[in-house]
Design a protein around this ligand. Structure first.
Ligand SMILES: CC(C)(COP(=O)(O)OP(=O)(O)OC[C@H]1O[C@@H](n2cnc3c(N)ncnc32)[C@H](O)[C@@H]1OP(=O)(O)O)[C@@H](O)C(=O)NCCC(=O)NCCS
Length: 372
């Protein structure tokens, strides 16, 4: 029999003391299961997440609360209480949207474990007033011989599960990957073929944004939710200022995430008018992930996005030679970015659907370590 329960997070990962504290042991089981599910989909470890990072990311912040729920198998005599499924609810308090996700060990699927986890998460989301539940899943790997665009395979477990629980396909992104060393030549060609003009200059940094650019950088970040194509996904507008920028930077430091940023400085105004971020993690030197890329609407049509991305490729190859691959997720309707990615040599590797369910009414009482 499986029972679901909200997880109490350990205050730290105490692995040196035996027996390990229950909170540490449980959290490590969740991390192992999460990495197992991801690596079985991909067939590699480019999306491995260390327990330290997962724990740091789950710590409550004023603007983000993350709660984990687990499903335990009680009938396993050798390992009573073994965690066979988990899920999370992550949201900014007092906003309509919330992110939900569940994953079940491959040996325990089609027994209602995922449904039980999701029911608890949804009830709690509803109780907190989140009425647009959103979830991103890994849907289908692209056959390298198939030149067609990725599409959602409705029979795959994530899509079938989402449909069975009333989630609609609200957005579809393509995940693509770039072999960085092979792309270095193309990035140089882009830099020499597209001229910036006298009004613009590329600037770049790693980690915290230099003080002189912080205010205009916060302005660009504030535009992102409304300007990135979100399909049918409900958007919550975000207020950004320098204080928030610094809070986010400190949160990234906690999970050993360093952003590599290239930005466009508009010389006449002295303001940044575009930027592209790449995420790099201390624990995963072989890969980097594309973060946001934005060019202010007044400065579009000048190949600035392509130049920003090409500059980041050159920078990664130069300053992080161990980084072999760069992953990017792009909405299927985001033609400018898809074209830039194609020019640099990104190739699609999987479909990444975004699901959404709208709910309403009042919910049941929520967590606090209870079992439903
Ligand atoms: C998606 C996932 C969580 C489902 O977990 P699960 O415990 O097997 O799901 P359940 O047994 O509760 O299934 C509930 C319903 O979802 C649908 N469903 C789930 N998996 C399915 C599959 N492989 N094929 C078809 N329908 C499926 C069915 O309608 C099922 O009801 P039924 O078994 O009575 O027909 C699991 O396959 C998984 O961990 N996948 C990888 C992670 C992931 O994609 N998560 C995305 C969800 S947010």
């Amino acid at each position: 029999m499986t029972a679901t329960q909200w997880l109490e997070l350990p205050s730290r990962l105490d692995r040196s003391r035996l027996p390990m504290p229950d909170t540490t042991a449980d959290f490590l089981q969740v991390c192992q299961l999460a990495n197992l599910i991801t690596s079985l989909f991909w067939g590699h470890n480019d999306f491995y997440e260390s327990p330290e990072n997962r724990l740091a990311a789950a710590r409550p912040r004023p603007d983000l609360r993350t709660d984990y729920v687990v499903a335990r198998e009680d009938d396993d005599e050798d390992d009573p209480g073994r965690i066979v499924g988990f899920g999370f609810l992550a949201a900014t308090p007092a906003t309509a949207t919330a992110e939900v996700w569940v994953g079940v060990h491959p040996g325990f699927r089609r027994r209602g474990v995922g449904a039980a986890l999701l029911a608890g998460i949804e009830a709690e989301a509803l109780r907190r007033g989140h009425t647009a539940l959103q979830s991103w899943t890994d849907n289908v790997l692209v056959d390298p011989d198939d030149a067609g665009p990725p599409a959602v395979r409705s029979g795959a477990p994530d899509a079938a599960f989402a449909a069975a629980h009333g989630y609609d396909l609200a957005q579809l992104e393509w995940c693509s990957v770039l072999a960085l060393r092979e792309a270095a030549g193309r990035a140089r060609q882009v830099a020499s073929a597209c001229t910036l003009g006298e009004d613009y200059e590329l600037v770049g940094w790693e980690g915290a944004c230099p003080g002189e650019y912080a205010e205009s950088m916060a302005g660009l970040l504030g535009r992102m939710p409304a300007e990135a194509p979100r399909g049918g996904l409900e958007i919550v507008p975000e207020a950004w200022d320098v204080d928030r920028l610094r809070v986010e930077e400190r949160a990234r430091e906690q999970i050993h995430l360093t952003l590599v940023t290239t930005a466009v400085l508009h010389r006449p105004s002295g303001r940044l008018v575009g930027h592209s971020d790449v995420e790099t993690f201390r624990d995963l030197p072989q890969v980097a992930y594309q973060g946001s890329t934005l060019v202010h609407p007044d400065h579009r049509g000048r190949h600035l996005a392509l130049l920003l991305k090409a500059a980041n490729v050159s920078r990664l190859v130069r300053s992080r030679p161990a980084t072999e691959r760069l992953y990017a997720w792009t909405a299927r309707e985001n033609e400018a970015i898809l074209r830039a990615n194609e020019t640099l040599g990104f190739r699609p590797v999987s479909a990444h659907p975004g699901w959404q369910k709208r709910t309403g009414g009042s919910g049941r009482p929520g967590p606090g370590g209870s079992i439903w």
